[in-house]
Design a binder for this molecule. Structure first.
Ligand code: ADP
Ligand SMILES: N[C@@H](CCOP(=O)(O)O)C(=O)O
Length: 318
């Protein structure tokens, strides 16, 4: 359930007076999602999404997300477009929370992932990466390698000793092998959370990406590695090579990976597995049992990490 902060119909109706999108017909809380509070707004002019930003989002970075989504939408990368108030503002304040209204993206998560979906994802991701090269504001990846040690340490002494003992040496090795920005790998705006729930399809066509709140400026190939892990594994740790090949083929039909990116893909996949393992472990430890949200299971990401450690040389994707 992702409604942490509630809003009343009256509050939304009066807020809509400042927008050029008609009057409120219906307001409904959205159950999916974990980070922010989301509501579906039916107005006399159509459907919109109202998002109230919760504590995990840094307030000072909100304009960056708004600018990035607007830039993408204007450059034919389908994603929610922040709606401006009559005074031209994207961000407002509602119930003591920063908030924004977005255009509604048609479509939904696929129910059964096929290689064709992975190909389409690769195409759209590569297009987004190319367009993003023209967006010149940069933003740090707050869950990048320099945050991993601290994330792991925060989870020590909370009853996951075996897991932590296993991860610790792997983490060090991955960090040692991680490329620096000086090595010339392509860097740009990445989504960094392109899991199936953030990629919408309609009639088998990819209709767009949502949930840009982990987006940042980082290695483009790392975004591909995140998606390979999220889309191309069984939860028991079996790599689904047909899907992986389709994803990489779709990506390379738009943007060919450099030799260096191909060589570093194994380390990016390990890092991507570790990153989600660490954040899931952290959330498991720190989400109170009374919370509305059920933390995601870290175990499938441990399986992915183990798989990549055993298969670091083979590049099955090409
Ligand atoms: N622009 C949008 N168009 C259509 N549905 C949306 C849009 N934004 C969010 N949603 C719906 O809200 C849900 C939660 O959104 P999400 O951005 O993933 O939340 P969170 O940031 O809390 O993880 C999505 O699964 C989707 O159903
Ligand atoms: N995709 C991440 C968690 C982030 O959740 P989202 O609902 O904001 O996409 C994971 O699976 O660990």
């Amino acid at each position: 359930m992702a409604v942490y902060t509630n809003v009343s119909e009256q509050q939304v109706s009066s807020c809509l007076q400042n927008y050029p999108i008609g009057q409120l017909v219906r307001l409904k809380g959205i159950a999916q999602g974990v980070e922010n509070s989301n509501f579906l707004l039916d107005t006399t002019q159509g459907k919109y999404i109202l998002t109230l930003y919760e504590k995990r989002i840094k307030r000072e970075e909100l304009p960056w997300y708004m600018d990035l989504m607007q830039f993408f939408a204007q450059h034919h990368i389908r994603c929610p477009l922040p709606v401006r108030t009559k005074e031209g503002e994207c961000l407002i304040e509602l119930n003591e929370r920063p908030a924004a209204i977005f255009t509604f993206l048609d479509g939904k998560e696929v129910s059964e992932i096929l290689p064709e979906h992975c190909f389409a994802l690769g195409v759209s991701m590569a297009r987004m990466h190319l367009v993003g090269l023209e967006f010149k504001q940069n933003k740090k990846n707050h869950v990048g390698p320099d945050s991993w040690n601290a994330l792991l340490e925060k989870s020590v002494n909370h009853g996951h000793d075996d897991l932590i003992r296993e991860i610790d040496p792997v983490l060090r090795k991955i960090i040692q092998s991680w490329p620096t920005r000086q090595e010339g790998l392509p860097v740009g705006q990445i989504h960094a959370d392109l899991f199936p729930d953030n990629v919408f399809f309609q009639d088998n066509y990819l209709s767009g990406f949502i949930d840009f709140y982990f987006a940042c400026t980082d290695f483009l190939a790392y975004d591909l590695a995140i998606a390979l892990n999220a889309w191309c594994f069984k939860e028991t740790g079996e790599y689904l090579v047909k899907r992986a090949r389709a994803l990489v083929a779709g990506y390379q039909s738009v943007r060919i990976l450099t030799e260096k990116e191909r060589l570093l893909l194994p380390i990016f996949k390990m890092g991507a597995a570790l990153r989600f393992l660490l954040t899931r472990l952290h959330d498991l430890v720190y989400t109170p049992s009374t919370a509305l949200v059920t933390p995601k299971d870290p175990q499938p990401y441990l399986y992915r990490l183990r798989y990549h450690q055993l298969n670091k040389v083979e590049t099955y994707e090409f």
